[in-house]
Design a protein around this ligand. Structure first.
Ligand code: PXG
Ligand code: PLP
Length: 442
């Protein structure tokens, strides 16, 4: 196999592709071979404008030399170091860099290799925290319908996407789900945060009344649900979740795998919304997608609860072979430096109104039933073809790719989350191409 020669079908069977219609893809592959700035290139050299930052992760844009140089240097110097009972300076530096974006009392960072592992880690910390405080009966978790928290057993248990759950048996016991907040009848075409739905947080009181707070460990939500099609929280909703959790001693976990690292035009969702959780899960933008890495940030309260007992005792029996992998740490440090030096989070905030105009310029095009935006996130919800849910979304995605635009499709919703380096001319191009495709397929 040479790098740019088209693959034969029988060369494509070995790779079982994730979250992909394997047979459909392998019959008609869409390949990427190169990336720089705002663009990908196919093996044939066709340029593709990247309106999803890879998969919500390449926030500083593609091909950043600062990152590749830091990674090369680290691999050459020390490719690996054991993370258990040993340390290396880059891990401590990156933890400090990450903490610098977070509320001052949330600066304790546990490293993982993905968002899914971050979610499992946060759920385990929640259980062990309550146990350490003598409240071992707090074992239940509360997630949300249409939530996505990765694909580990913990994440699919608290997650709320039926296809990610129904195949996999009984999962974690003791999980309830809040209702999702998506309400087209009341909130369609809202610019920014919708007006209606803060009261949906009160469902948490109903669940607490059913089980009693003494049995509930944590609530986990995405501040903005990304994967299920960009569901923006109603005004006042996250505040209300916070106050109910506080009242009942329940930990609140924000899954910021997507909303972290500037996606909303602020360092994290917690700063954007002004609501502080007890733990934050993150991944993706942590290393600009260059090397797999995730993390969990925990509050002082949680961390210090563990830092008791005999000095020589391991406080948390958890960790991965590749926790704080030196190469990932090098990529992470270089990435944070780019964010800081280029002021990319503030830049995303400055660009957000123009982006919102672009999203909402699609109103009235064929089959568009909602448009949503926040920060540099946008979504176009399409009316499903009767009896064929997802087909209109898929056709739109394929046609856009043929026209040189990469978007993300989930069911009949087109989601977009461009690199934070996006220029106005790119935004014009994104919505020009997408608008053209919607008209053409109309
Ligand atoms: N939590 C959230 C909120 C996520 O968005 C994960 C956890 C899992 O992260 P890993 O690194 O284990 O994939 C995610 C990941 C999509 C899409 O279609 C989104 C994600 C992953 C794959 C597809 O929007 N987000
Ligand atoms: N399975 C086996 C047999 C192992 O030895 C290990 C780690 O030592 C794991 C799974 C976990 O792998 P990781 O630490 O990369 O998550």
């Amino acid at each position: 196999m040479t790098a740019n020669a088209p693959l034969q079908r029988d060369q494509m069977e070995a790779f079982w592709m994730p979250f992909t219609a394997n047979r459909q893809f392998k019959a008609n592959p869409r390949m990427l071979a190169k990336a720089a700035g705002m663009h990908y290139w196919t093996p044939e050299g066709r340029q593709i404008l990247d309106a999803v930052a890879g998969l919500w992760c390449v926030n500083a844009g593609h091909g950043r030399k600062e990152i590749s140089e830091a990674v090369s240097k680290q691999i050459a110097t020390m490719e690996y170091a054991p993370p258990f009972q040993m340390g290396h300076p880059t891990a401590f530096q990156l933890a400090n860099d990450v903490a610098s974006w977070l509320p001052p009392d949330m600066g304790h960072v546990f490293f993982t290799n993905s968002g899914s592992e971050s979610v499992d880690t946060a759920l385990k910390i929640a259980l062990a925290y309550h146990r350490a405080r003598g409240e071992a009966s707090r074992t239940r978790f509360i997630g949300r319908e249409r939530g996505y928290h990765g694909v580990g057993f913990g994440g699919i248990s608290v997650g709320g996407m039926v296809n990610n759950r129904k195949w996999f048996g009984s999962m974690l016991p003791g999980v309830d789900h809040l209702p999702h907040t998506h309400d087209l009848a009341k909130n369609a075409y809202t610019r920014g945060m919708p007006e209606h739905g803060a009261n949906l947080a009160d469902e948490l009181e109903r669940i607490v009344a059913l089980h009693d707070a003494s049995n509930i460990a944590a609530v986990i939500v995405e501040p903005v649900a990304g994967s299920t099609g960009v569901l923006i929280p109603p005004q006042g909703y996250l505040e209300r979740l916070r106050s109910i959790c506080t009242r009942h001693g329940i930990l609140l976990i924000f899954d910021e795998v997507i909303t972290g690292f500037g996606r909303l035009g602020a360092p994290f969702g917690t700063s954007f919304f002004g609501v502080q959780p007890d733990m934050i899960t993150m991944a993706k933008g942590l290393t600009n997608g260059a090397v797999p890495m995730g993390a969990v940030a925990a509050s002082d309260q949680i961390y210090h609860t563990f830092m008791q007992g005999p000095e020589g005792a391991i406080e948390l029996f958890h960790g991965y072979t590749y926790s704080a992998h030196p190469v990932a740490c090098a990529a992470g440090i270089a990435t944070q430096e780019i964010y800081r030096k280029e002021g990319l989070f503030a830049r995303a905030n400055d660009m957000a109104p123009y982006w919102a105009d672009g999203v909402h310029s699609l109103q009235g095009l064929p089959h568009v039933i909602d448009l949503r935006n926040l920060g540099l996130i946008g979504a176009v919800e399409l009316e499903p073809i009767p009896g064929k849910p997802g087909l209109r979304g898929y056709n739109t995605f394929v046609r856009a790719f043929e026209q040189g635009l990469l978007v993300r499709v989930t069911g009949d919703i087109i989601a977009m989350s461009p690199p934070l380096i996006i220029e106005k001319s790119h935004i014009d191009q994104v919505f020009g191409i997408l608008g053209g495709v919607l008209k053409e397929l109309g």
